[in-house]
Design a protein around this ligand. Structure first.
Ligand code: UTP
Length: 478
């Protein structure tokens, strides 16, 4: 087909779908802009957009259908699990997987979030924090841990440049596999596609659930197979305390100790919710399957429900840390499509009202709205839990593993993350008799950073040379 034929058939299809307005500036585009725009339009699944744009009550959960998900509690016996997880690591069967394709709009950092200076004393960027942790685990278990990183078409170039500029953090570039996820068009509240410029649609990355399609399409799954990888340690780019390739979690996930919930397909870590109002997804049993119910989808009477001891019944907050098997991902990636699914990859899309920059004809420029003006569609990785035969949830300590950086200030901000980092490292040192200054609320009153090469967990400090005391306000790196 010639470009003119392509343009005509695309225009017909878009007009038939009520989206013909996106062609309104086509005549002023240069030939190469026009070609790029037509290629972008050709990727749009108009039927899917039409279906998703219809407001429905989908996603809301009826009160009776869900129960709290059981979980492996903090303090349970993990001796066997640790041995099993360590064996997997030593055999080189574990990869690290970071989802780093998000836009990080709330943080407002110009650049991929993984480049954000995250640690409380040295300001190490998130990608460096993870690279050092992976390197320390590789040394400990005498194995290679290949690292897969999902970017998006919007930040892939900048992410690659950051790795190149930092000499791949000393890693063999062949063991770090970056690949972009897909995108979805944003729509106005009346379901219309939006232009970001005269020759491009406003699109957003298709959510961390886009990982399943992208792992397959990029060849990452094939690469894992070729390397003999069986399990992936999944974490988000904005949590500097994520414990990568935790042997205890991997061992429980892979079925050590005969835990009835583990299938080796997909497992999750949780922390006890701070209080009923905390806005995190909660692990629930939904129709006999483990799943995460989003805060906004949870009926208030369940969010606030307490047991006979006054504890929250639904207290298993998701911290977006999973273990996922390659075989499970391969099964999902080859699965048939469902209505509203991510193009044959079986994860539904969720809607969110967001501020999306759009092309304003009256102003002749791209405008940043001050209020949400559009619906974005995103798939969520935790929806894959429902597709696993069984699924284990393991409790962990918030202070040990969860200090996300999402907002510029307040909760889940750099400041709150720094405090949690210092609290964790202060507690590690106290275990070995170091005197740590604390404020009346229990927070550590110093900045303490412990590098991955020094310790991956508290007990690694047993043989380290430690100070006797840290003074209030002191900054220390070990
Ligand atoms: P968030 O839901 O916090 O979104 O992502 P975000 O895009 O980083 O930030 P905001 O909402 O714009 O402020 C949680 C994790 O999922 C990844 C993010 O990079 C982060 O690690 N993610 C999110 C993707 O990889 N792709 C996406 O499409 C969305």
């Amino acid at each position: 087909m010639t470009t003119t034929d392509t343009a005509t058939s695309l225009r017909d299809a878009f007009e038939a779908a009520g989206q013909g307005h996106v062609f309104r500036h086509i005549d002023r585009l240069t030939p190469s802009e026009r070609e790029a725009f037509l290629a972008q339009l050709a990727e749009v699944d108009l039927a899917l957009v039409a279906r998703l744009a219809k407001p429905t009550a989908e996603g809301k959960h009826a009160g009776g259908a869900i129960a709290p998900a059981p979980y492996f509690p903090l303090g349970g016996d993990t001796t066997d699990a640790r041995a099993a997880g360590e064996a997997l690591l030593r055999a080189g069967k574990v990869a690290a997987f970071t989802v780093a394709g998000g836009q990080g709009t709330r943080l407002g950092w110009k650049g991929p979030k993984g480049t954000y200076p995250a640690t409380c004393v040295t300001g190490r960027p998130l990608f460096r924090v993870f690279a050092e942790q992976i390197a320390a685990a590789e040394r400990r278990y005498g194995c290679a841990i290949p690292w897969y990183i999902m970017t998006s078409p919007l930040n892939d170039d900048d992410t690659r440049a950051f790795f190149r500029d930092n000499n791949w953090f000393g890693r063999n570039p062949a063991d770090t596999f970056l690949f972009p996820q897909g995108t979805m068009p944003s729509v106005t509240f009346d379901g219309k596609l939006m232009l970001e410029t005269p020759g491009s649609l406003a699109v957003n990355p298709d959510g961390h659930g886009g990982a399943i399609r992208a792992l397959h399409a990029s060849g990452a799954l094939e690469d894992m197979r070729a390397r003999g990888i069986e399990q992936m340690s999944y974490f988000q780019v904005d949590n500097p305390l994520a414990r990568i390739a935790d042997p205890v979690f991997l061992g429980l996930h892979a079925g050590s100790g005969g835990n009835a919930r583990s299938s080796g397909e997909m497992s999750s870590k949780m922390v006890a919710k701070r209080d009923a109002a905390e806005k995190v997804g909660v692990f629930c049993d939904v129709g006999g399957k483990t799943g995460v119910v989003e805060y906004s989808d949870m009926p208030a009477e369940l969010t606030n429900a307490v047991d006979a001891q006054g504890r929250l019944r639904f207290n298993a907050g998701s911290i977006a840390i999973h273990a996922i098997s390659v075989a499970f991902l391969e099964r999902l990636a080859s699965g048939g499509g469902e209505d509203g699914s991510a193009g044959g990859f079986a994860l539904p899309f969720h809607r969110a009202k967001k501020k999306v920059p759009y092309w304003c004809d009256a102003h002749g420029k791209t405008v940043e709205p001050s209020e949400p003006n559009a619906t974005k569609f995103e798939a969520f990785i935790f929806d894959a839990l429902a597709l696993a035969s069984r699924s284990l949830v393991m409790e962990t300590s918030r202070m040990e593993e969860f200090a996300p950086i999402k907002n510029a200030s307040g909760d889940d901000s750099p400041a709150s993350s720094h405090q949690i980092q210092s609290n964790r490292h202060g507690a590690w040192l106290e275990k070995f008799g170091v005197k740590i200054p604390r404020r009346p609320n229990g927070d550590v009153d110093a900045r303490i950073e412990i590098l991955a090469e020094t310790a991956l967990e508290a007990d690694d400090l047993a043989d380290a040379s430690l100070p006797r005391e840290i003074k209030a306000g002191e900054e220390i790196v070990l």
